[in-house]
Design a protein around this ligand. Structure first.
Ligand code: G3P
Length: 224
């Protein structure tokens, strides 16, 4: 499962890349707005840092022709391997089909239903992004939706992968990881929760205390 960071703050991204085995960065207009700078300035900084890692950037227009034009501008500014995030509505489907046919990598986003995912995959999307937590908040089951989309793609032999998004806890991520979905995109705070564990902290304290009783305060295997 690819592990992608859902954020556009370069300090957060550097920090997450330093400690976690990251595969790329996703963002959306809301995430970009938090940076309060020109979007391309922010995104070029991210592109330079992650080099050829996956970068997923969303269009903002509401009609398919302008979505396609935005995709060309994004690609020109940030490289042709940039994944273009297209919302999966009727206009979006038209844009996905056109861009995929022209060789763009497309991530179909704002996925709430299996049917949206099926149509986006058939139109040529490389990824579909179901919004796990937002689906949960509609009284449905985001993890189940993502698993059913994954199964549907396997049943049809589609190359399209699930890029699950919108997580609020580590359990949602781990369940999808166990299931073998293609990728998850996770905010820095939820990413931290994947490794935060007070039992591990307690075990390590005991190891250190015992070693210091043996060899003296501050001693390690380097200088004992
Ligand atoms: O890009 C979509 C996804 O990041 C939404 O996440 O946390 O705003 O529901 P969230």
């Amino acid at each position: 499962m690819k592990l992608i960071i859902d954020n556009a703050n370069i300090d957060n991204i550097r920090s997450m890349y330093e400690f976690f085995p990251m595969d790329g960065v996703t963002c959306n207009p809301t995430i970009l707005a938090k940076e309060k700078r020109n979007p391309y300035d922010v995104l070029k900084e991210i592109r330079d840092f992650i080099e050829d890692g996956e970068l997923h950037v969303q269009v903002v227009s509401e009609d398919s022709d302008t979505m396609v034009e935005e995709a060309y501008r994004i690609s020109k500014e940030l490289g042709k391997d940039t994944y273009i995030k297209i919302p999966t509505n009727k206009e979006g489907l038209r844009a996905i089909r056109s861009l995929a046919a022209s060789g763009f990598h497309v991530t179909a986003t704002a996925i709430y239903t299996q049917m949206q995912a099926f149509l986006a995959a058939k139109a040529g999307a490389s990824y579909v992004a179901p919004y796990i937590n937002r689906i949960d908040n509609l009284g449905s089951d985001g993890v189940r939706t993502a698993r059913e989309i994954h199964d549907m793609f396997r049943n049809y032999g589609f190359q399209t992968e699930v890029l699950a998004a919108s997580f609020k806890n580590s359990r949602q991520v781990i369940t999808l990881c166990e299931y073998g979905i293609g990728a998850t995109t996770i905010s820095p705070d939820v990413l931290e929760l994947l490794i935060k564990n007070d039992s591990v902290v307690a075990a390590l304290h005991t190891f250190r205390d015992d070693f210091e009783k043996l060899c003296g305060k501050g001693k390690t295997m380097l200088d004992c």
